[in-house]
Design a protein around this ligand. Structure first.
Ligand SMILES: Nc1ncnc2c1ncn2[C@@H]1O[C@H](COP(=O)(O)OP(=O)(O)OP(=O)(O)O)[C@@H](O)[C@H]1O
Length: 236
């Protein structure tokens, strides 16, 4: 395992909101590595700190202690974000919304539009291309959000409760879209969810409880890798 395979390295990272008696420890010293090809669910109840952990991984919050680094990434464009309540821009149609992250990074409009249309087709939303956000359902909007990430072709997709407010069938299609996006782009996928059936569709799970990231089915792998790196002295 070369160091470049580790895309995000979160070491003993904590996040506290507020100070003194009002301080809330949202994340207690979390250790987590995201590697190319990972399909990880962070599972926990509302308020357990999942969103806060995802914000740390995305670099949207600075850890109060510990570190988060991105050894295998070259910049913010390498991270695709799908956040709770993520809204599309009302004045732009679906294809323009999907193309927006590319246009904002200076990619010419026609190329961005072609990439957006291809991404919409992959999540089964090509027929929505010319509609405005107010003309599509919540589940369709979530699929468009997945297409927007897919068009961006990030190295890591971080999705916060992407199926949270959807019925089972629609949630399942959104998850399909994100898994397709990850497979098509070769991105790692990290989602948060309170739903064990959603978590079961990913290849690894880590439980979060009261701000603590529990060891889970991939914890032994983490420890084995850490031991190997330690015994070698230098990363190979
Ligand atoms: N900006 C903030 N200021 C103060 N406290 C916050 C802030 N954001 C989150 N918290 C607190 O941190 C804790 C963890 O919140 P977080 O949103 O990370 O949980 P969650 O597991 O994602 O919950 P949900 O599934 O409901 O979104 C909660 O106690 C929450 O009230």
């Amino acid at each position: 395992m070369s160091p470049a395979d580790i895309l995000i390295d979160c070491q003993d990272a904590a996040l506290t909101f507020g100070r003194g008696p009002n301080a809330v420890v949202a994340v207690h010293g979390a250790g987590l590595r995201i590697r190319a090809g990972d399909r990880l669910a962070i599972v926990g109840r509302s308020g357990s700190g999942k969103s806060s952990l995802l914000h740390l991984l995305a670099g949207l919050e600075q850890p109060t202690s510990g570190t988060v680094t991105w050894p295998g990434l070259t910049g913010p464009r390498d991270i695709g974000l799908v956040f709770q309540g993520d809204s599309l821009i009302p004045a732009l149609d679906v294809v323009e919304n999907t193309a927006l992250p590319l246009v904002l990074t200076g990619i010419p409009d026609d190329r961005a539009r072609a990439a957006a249309l291809a991404a919409l087709a992959l999540v089964d939303a090509a027929e929505l291309a010319d509609r405005l956000p107010e003309e599509i359902s919540g589940g369709q909007a979530q699929r468009v959000t997945a297409a927007r990430v897919l068009a961006q072709a990030p190295r890591v997709i971080l999705a916060d409760e992407p199926t949270g407010r959807l019925d089972h069938a629609t949630g399942s299609r959104v998850l399909d879209a994100l898994l397709t996006a990850a497979d098509e782009t070769g991105a790692a996928l990290v989602i948060t969810t309170h739903d064990p059936t959603v978590a079961a569709r990913l290849t690894a799970r880590r439980a979060m409880r009261d701000g603590r990231l529990a060891s889970a089915d991939d914890a032994d792998t983490d420890r084995a890798d850490a031991d190997t790196a330690h015994s070698l002295g230098e990363p190979s």
